[in-house]
Ligand binder design. Structure first.
Ligand SMILES: [Zn+2]
Length: 318
């Protein structure tokens, strides 16, 4: 009986959330046109929470004369559905393809809404490692609690229809798309998308703006090297994984780069001096970053993982 009651309550809450349209986070799923064919949707700052309903990452789409290409799908199935509704306001072209930058929850939990439309999902083959990992399952379990009812037991991890290797290009409706594998960096499977005619580069989480980056177990050394590769693509406009798009890609990279360098520098010195992490963390000045969204949630873990990474890098060079 309790289960039935919970189900009815959930349906009512879901229906209200869908019908409202004016629910706070949903209302902000607002496409911004960046170039003749390219759009993006900017998520809110900070960590996923019930306040932002998991709407805290960016996504994009490109309208061609022969269908729509989507880049990332936001952080819940309702957000994915809302993104589709917004695309429908702009074009009646079929949504043919979804490119996934990487398999982190906030970029892929909207996938099932696109899959239901028959869109073909492409991602780098190393995304399979994440899907098979305990981390993917524990993250899903966590989000089913913290983002309920937007993420619930019907939310599932959707694999790609096509797993890519290295660099891939394709053409749709006269537009040329370049998919470049730049991982392992922020994740094992980082892939960026350049829309050549528009000069728009969708960078995924290679670039964070306006919040403390999520470093997790990233390879920050390779990540720093890969940031240079983004500039080689000479984007006119760059869409980061989090934060505002802009026409100054070089400046956009600076924040992510400087944060990673600072972590490596401070934690690297602590490791070299055989200083315990707790002491090193406590005496490091974080004043450049502590006012930013996601600092409380991400910074300590980022520093700790960097500390471990610097230890292992040290061992490798001995
Ligand atoms: Zn990510």
């Amino acid at each position: 009986m309790r289960t039935l009651f919970a189900s009815i309550l959930f349906l009512l809450v879901s229906a209200a959330a869908c019908a409202a349209g004016g629910a706070p986070a949903m209302a902000k799923v607002q496409p911004v046109k960046l170039a003749p064919h390219s759009y993006y949707i900017q998520g809110l700052a900070g960590e996923a929470s019930t306040v932002n309903q998991g709407f805290m990452s960016n996504a994009g789409f490109v309208v061609t004369s022969d269908g729509v290409v989507v880049f990332d799908t936001l952080g819940s199935p309702p957000l994915g559905a809302e993104m589709i509704r917004q695309i429908r306001k702009i074009t009646s072209q079929p949504i043919r393809r979804v490119i996934i930058s990487h398999y982190h929850a906030d970029h892929i939990y909207g996938l099932q809404a696109f899959k239901a439309l028959g869109a073909e999902i492409w991602a780098h083959r190393r995304g399979q490692e994440y899907l098979a990992s305990d981390e993917a399952q524990s993250r899903l379990a966590q989000r089913r609690k913290t983002l309920y009812p937007w993420v619930d037991k019907t939310t599932r991890l959707v694999p790609a229809d096509k797993w890519l290797d290295g660099e891939t290009g394709f053409e749709m409706g006269g537009l040329h798309f370049e998919l470049v594998y730049v991982g392992p960096a922020h994740s094992s499977e980082d892939m960026v998308m350049l829309v050549k005619e528009d000069g728009v580069l969708y960078s995924g989480d290679m670039v964070f703006k306006g919040r403390v980056p999520y470093v997790g177990n990233a390879d920050s050394k390779a990540w720093l090297e890969a940031l240079g590769r983004l500039l080689e693509l000479k984007p006119k406009i760059m869409v980061p994984g989090h934060g505002k798009a802009s026409a100054d890609a070089t400046a956009d990279l600076v924040f992510t780069r400087d944060y990673l360098i600072y972590l490596r520098d401070t934690m690297g010195k602590a490791v070299a001096n055989m200083e315990p992490f707790e002491e090193a963390y406590a005496k490091t000045s974080w004043k450049e970053f502590e006012h930013l969204p996601a600092f409380q949630a991400a910074n300590r873990v980022n520093a700790y993982n960097t500390y471990l990474l610097m230890e292992s890098e040290g061992l490798q060079t001995k």
